[in-house]
Ligand binder design. Structure first.
Ligand SMILES: Cc1cc2nc3c(=O)[nH]c(=O)nc-3n(C[C@H](O)[C@H](O)[C@H](O)COP(=O)(O)OP(=O)(O)OC[C@H]3O[C@@H](n4cnc5c(N)ncnc54)[C@H](O)[C@@H]3O)c2cc1C
Length: 391
């Protein structure tokens, strides 16, 4: 039977990041992905590599600072996968966030990003409003422009997996984690199905990076590992015909004050998202609801009345959020790391979080598992590993 230091369950961005970090720290790693890399949430995000301007409203300064740091790192390590992008925030009389508040938020955002030349924001002069991709100018009071970044989430995930493999990680798919036995000895005996055959291996630790499937993975351990109180909240995106030239648009939804983005995408198309809806079914079956499509198109028509709304495709992804009262929009986007045992963790689950922060999360995972894992000599530093696109 094969022995690994770490078995990672899930080939989304978090599993990929952990496989890369673990291999860089010198550990032997097996990553199991039940379908194909980025088949889950990591191909259904808004594809923004960002600090999260709106998280400043909930005073999540550490999250924003860390994400901005990771954004700058990814711009350097993955220049063909992560591009700096202009973002526009239009303000109308009924926009709840007034210009002074937006200016204050953008100042704080630039401050947390280090105040460099590339993080400055500005007010777009009125003379240029007609050049903003058909944005409604009637009753427009102000437009702010700031900088963040954009990626292709699935390609980024695949690039991180290739980086992990180049350091010796074994990443396999379609390979489904079936069971983990924690009863004998120090580590975990893992049963998985790979290419229609049953396999077994041992690991000192299992990292559960199964995203919206994380709770069902925990139920497959014996003895069972208690599941954290989280729920899956779906978010839909539409792909629309017709590109946007100038950058991303940050639109406040008039009814509920949430943020919806219009984002430039491949082949002269644009992405419109996202929504928030409780989801209780099998994560593999999530699809956009008719009311989500209607909600997004209503916002789009409000801000871009001249543009056509030809929907080419629609999909939904699942956020894993803590169960608390109130709107999902306002809940914490911090990544949670849950362990089966605080002194000697053998099962560590990654819950929630952001695409942007995957590398920092993976390094935190390594830190939490240090006491469990045998000591190994590091072979690389994830802050220095370039990431390359696959096409
Ligand atoms: C609508 C939406 C928009 C978002 N926008 C952004 C954004 O713009 N920027 C940003 O930074 N973040 C964004 N996020 C957050 C980000 O997308 C997620 O945090 C991230 O993709 C989660 O990755 P993951 O690896 O944890 O999960 P996933 O990508 O879901 O990966 C889990 C993987 O585990 C596999 N798996 C499950 N069970 C098993 C098993 N038993 N055996 C083997 N494999 C298994 C699945 O097939 C899947 O591939 C967004 C999220 C949503 C839902």
């Amino acid at each position: 039977m094969d022995n690994y230091d770490i078995v990672v369950v899930g080939g989304g961005i978090h599993g990929a990041g952990v496989a890369q970090a673990a291999a860089a720290h010198g550990y032997t790693v097996l990553l199991l992905e039940q379908r194909s890399p980025a088949a889950g949430t990591s191909s259904r995000s808004s594809k923004l590599i960002h600090g999260g301007l709106r998280y400043l409203e909930s005073a999540a300064f550490n999250l924003v600072r860390e994400s901005l740091r990771e954004r700058e790192l990814l711009l350097r390590l993955a220049p063909d996968l992560v591009k700096r992008q202009r973002f526009f925030i239009p303000v109308y009389p009924d926009t709840s966030r007034r210009p002074w508040l937006i200016r204050a938020g953008l100042s704080m955002y630039a401050l947390l990003a280090g105040m460099g030349r590339n993080v400055r924001f500005q007010s777009v002069p009125k003379a240029q409003w007609d050049e903003l991709d058909g944005l409604r100018t009637a009753r427009l009071q102000a437009v702010f422009q700031y900088w963040d970044a954009q990626t292709d989430d699935a390609r980024l995930t695949r690039a991180v997996i290739r980086s992990a493999e180049s350091l010796g990680a074994q990443c396999v798919w379609p390979a489904t984690f079936e069971a983990g036995d924690l009863q004998g000895g120090d580590g975990c005996r893992v049963a998985y199905r790979y290419r229609d055959r049953d396999h077994e291996c041992t690991a000192q630790a299992v990292v559960n990076a199964a995203g919206p499937w994380a709770v069902s993975v925990l139920q497959r351990f014996s003895p069972p590992v208690p599941a954290p109180t989280v729920e899956n909240i779906q978010g839909a995106h539409l792909e629309l015909r017709g590109g946007v030239e100038r950058g991303c648009y940050y639109m406040e939804v008039p009814e509920d004050k949430r943020a919806v983005f219009l984002i430039p995408w491949h082949n002269d198309t644009a992405l419109l998202g996202t929504t928030e809806h409780h989801y209780q079914g099998d994560p593999s079956d999530v699809v956009p609801l008719a009311e989500e499509v209607e909600y997004l198109l209503k916002v789009y028509r409000y801000y871009f009345p001249q543009r056509r709304a030809d929907v080419l495709a629609a999909w939904a992804g699942l956020r894993v959020l803590p169960v608390t009262r109130g709107a999902a929009f306002k809940r914490s986007r911090e990544t949670r790391l849950e362990v089966d045992d605080h002194t000697h963790p053998r099962v560590l689950s990654i819950l929630g979080g952001k695409l942007t922060g995957y590398r920092a999360t993976a390094e935190k995972v390594m830190k939490r598992l240090r006491k469990t894992l045998s000591s190994r000599a590091p072979v690389a530093d994830t802050r220095e590993l370039p990431l390359h696109a696959d096409d």
